[in-house]
Design a protein around this ligand. Structure first.
Ligand SMILES: Nc1ncnc2c1ncn2[C@@H]1O[C@H](COP(=O)(O)OP(=O)(O)OP(=O)(O)O)[C@@H](O)[C@H]1O
Ligand SMILES: [Mg+2]
Length: 360
């Protein structure tokens, strides 16, 4: 069993005035692909490095299965790490790079060859085994770095932004490869990225972090459909969710003259200042007399199948940005005023003060 359990694991860097990660608790299932995502400096790498044994854990515990690895040296943890810079040995062939850790571990030469061959087959590197890293593309080098991790047959893979040195197209292709490979191998994986699209497309579950704390841990769709707080609501989704200030009174929510349709659960809880979240695809254009939210269109981005309409609506005298996804057949133009509304099930209501979700 290779579950991974963080129990209030803390990392406080020497000399810092507060911990980078105050105390993270997270349970990762056997064979699960868990993505840690969040803005720069939120503590993703620190969390991963505590698991890999590259950072000291100042408080709390970390387990792999039933093994308490909190104070174990990295080499005894049965973890393989893949970094952003592949750090291949330039003077060694691809095969030797992949087999190096096994050689150090005194794995017999025949076994070593077998595992390197097998990894090369999985990663489609068989034709490149005798080449030196400098004669490979970035994507191929990244696959060699993956191969180096695979041959060790570890209980856990730790990956820290392994795709960030690749160009956009290569990144998309390789992210599918890694996700498929992980599913085939079934090795528990903790994967760090700051890119929410990468997180959503690769993870079985995604842990969203901010300022060293976990904001929410859920499946990609769970995060998208029911963000627990304003941070996750704004972070997950591209273009991002529209977040508009509204006033609540008597179970109703209003943005100026627009009555926001809200679900009964939110209606009961909301009062005073609330923030209403609506995804760009959840707005619906209505005619002027149907009581929609008026939007002054500033830009229309035509993407072929559909278009993104960027505009502003008036919130208590201040213009707020709004994004609406419309079908390419709805002809909306810069300078137009359009009216939009939505359904209660598509409205996410948050308490502005605490940021917590009030909707079901
Ligand atoms: N060796 C270190 N010594 C002191 N502070 C550090 C050290 N490494 C990281 N930090 C601090 O700890 C916090 C978390 O850093 P970490 O590298 O975990 O963030 P991250 O989420 O991986 O960010 P990024 O997306 O930029 O890689 C940051 O405030 C950072 O400045
Ligand atoms: Mg990092």
């Amino acid at each position: 069993m290779a579950t991974v359990t963080f129990e209030k694991a803390q990392r406080w860097y020497p000399g810092a005035d507060k911990p980078a990660v105050p105390g993270i608790s997270l349970e990762i299932g056997d064979g699960e692909f868990m993505v840690l995502v969040g803005p720069s400096g939120c503590g993703k790498s620190t969390t991963l490095r505590m698991l890999a044994g590259l950072e000291e854990v100042n408080q709390g515990k970390i387990y792999i299965g039933d093994r308490d690895i909190t104070d174990m040296p990295p080499k005894d943890r049965d973890i393989a790490m893949v970094f952003q810079n592949y750090a291949l040995y330039p003077h060694m062939s691809v095969a030797d790079n992949m087999g190096f850790a096994l050689k150090m571990a005194k794995v017999p030469v025949e076994e070593r060859k077998k595992r390197v061959q097998e990894a090369a087959r999985i990663l489609q590197l068989e034709d490149y085994l005798e080449r030196k890293p400098k004669a490979l593309s970035g994507g191929q080098r990244q696959r060699v770095a993956m191969g180096r991790a695979i041959v060790r047959q570890p209980q856990v893979f730790c990956m820290d932004e392994p795709l960030s040195n690749l160009d956009a197209k290569m990144r998309v292709a390789t992210r599918t490869d890694i996700a498929k490979l992980q599913a085939d191998l079934g090795v528990t994986t903790v994967y760090v990225t700051h890119d929410q699209v990468e997180a959503m497309t690769m993870g079985d579950r995604v842990a969203v972090m901010n300022l060293g704390e976990l904001m929410q841990v859920d499946t990609p769709l769970g995060l998208y459909d029911k963000p627990k707080n304003l941070f996750v609501a704004g972070f997950i989704g591209s273009p991002q969710m529209n977040l508009l200030e509204a006033k609540a009174a008597d179970g109703q929510a209003k943005i100026g003259g627009y009555l926001v349709p809200v679900d009964p659960a939110a209606s009961k809880k909301m009062q005073g200042n609330i923030t209403v979240g609506v995804r760009p695809e959840s707005w619906r254009i209505v005619s002027a007399n149907e009581g929609g939210l008026p939007i002054n269109v500033t830009v229309v981005e035509e993407l072929g199948a559909d278009s993104f309409v960027y505009g502003t609506c008036d919130v208590e005298g201040t213009p707020s940005n709004v994004i609406v996804r419309v079908s390419a057949r709805d002809s909306v133009h810069k300078g137009d005023v359009i009216y939009v509304t939505t359904d209660p099930k598509d409205v996410h209501v948050f308490d502005t003060e605490t940021g917590s979700r009030l909707s079901d």
